[in-house]
Design a protein around this ligand. Structure first.
Ligand code: SAH
Length: 214
């Protein structure tokens, strides 16, 4: 892709600003992160299309609008410590790195984690730590987190993720069946948790101790 900036700008205008995304910092991050660098060479021309794409290992890079919806709902202002579950291609990770202070990202498949680490490094992104493991257990040593995002669908909300939320922190997670889910937002208020439903969605399975069994 020669002029990816044009493709990125069109994606922002038509798919994000043209729908519900209003946060200027979020829109700018989508302008600046080169999505085509996170897909296979054969799919580069489709990188900015309005749909998910395969990234190997039966996994997908999520549709731009869904990524934006989740990130906007995280309400990031720049100083946050963020936990991401399901690094996948690393695209959402790269966006989060622009919008928060530090990003801790967990991926259960080693090959995907390795590729994502490499791409983030090539792009000069340094405020990130990618670890291989079961993200349904969270990342206790680094908790609490001001925001947590899960980009795979879970039958229920894993309790460790609620426990590792900071006071006032936001958790975004698709919850439901294996074919379709509801994007849920949980906001921690002391020992209470407010819950919201944002949108229908379709994600690959969150596989782990508090997710789907393999
Ligand atoms: N945001 C990513 C989406 C990746 S798809 C992107 O835009 O590329 C979801 C990812 O979650 C897959 O890579 C899958 O391997 C990973 N995953 C599934 N269950 C997981 C778990 N328990 N812990 C960590 N990662 C998990």
């Amino acid at each position: 892709m020669k002029d990816y900036r044009l493709a990125a700008e069109r994606m922002v205008q038509e798919q994000l600003a043209g729908r519900s995304i209003r946060d200027k910092r979020v829109l700018d991050a989508f302008r600046e992160v080169p999505r085509h660098r996170f897909v296979d060479a054969a799919l580069v021309d489709k990188a900015y299309d309005d749909n998910p794409l395969p990234i190997g290992e039966n996994q997908t890079i999520s549709q731009p609008y869904m990524v934006a919806l989740m990130i906007e709902a995280m309400e990031l202002t720049g100083g946050e410590k963020v936990l991401e579950i399901g690094t996948g291609s690393g695209y959402m990770t790269a966006l989060l790195c622009r919008l928060a202070d530090r990003v801790y990202s967990m991926e259960r498949k080693e090959s995907l984690a390795d590729d994502a680490r490499k791409k983030l490094e090539e792009l000069g992104i340094r405020n990130v730590c990618v670890r291989v493991g079961d993200g349904t257990l969270g990342w206790e040593e680094e908790s609490p987190f001001e925001a947590i995002v899960v980009s795979a669908g879970s039958p229920d909300i894993p309790p460790p993720l609620m426990e590792q939320l900071a006071d006032g922190g936001r958790l975004l997670i698709p919850v439901g069946g294996s074919d379709s889910q509801i994007l849920r937002k949980v906001v921690r208020r002391g020992d209470d948790f407010e819950r919201f439903s944002l949108s229908g969605c379709i994600f690959v399975k969150l596989v782990g101790n508090y997710g789907w069994k393999e």
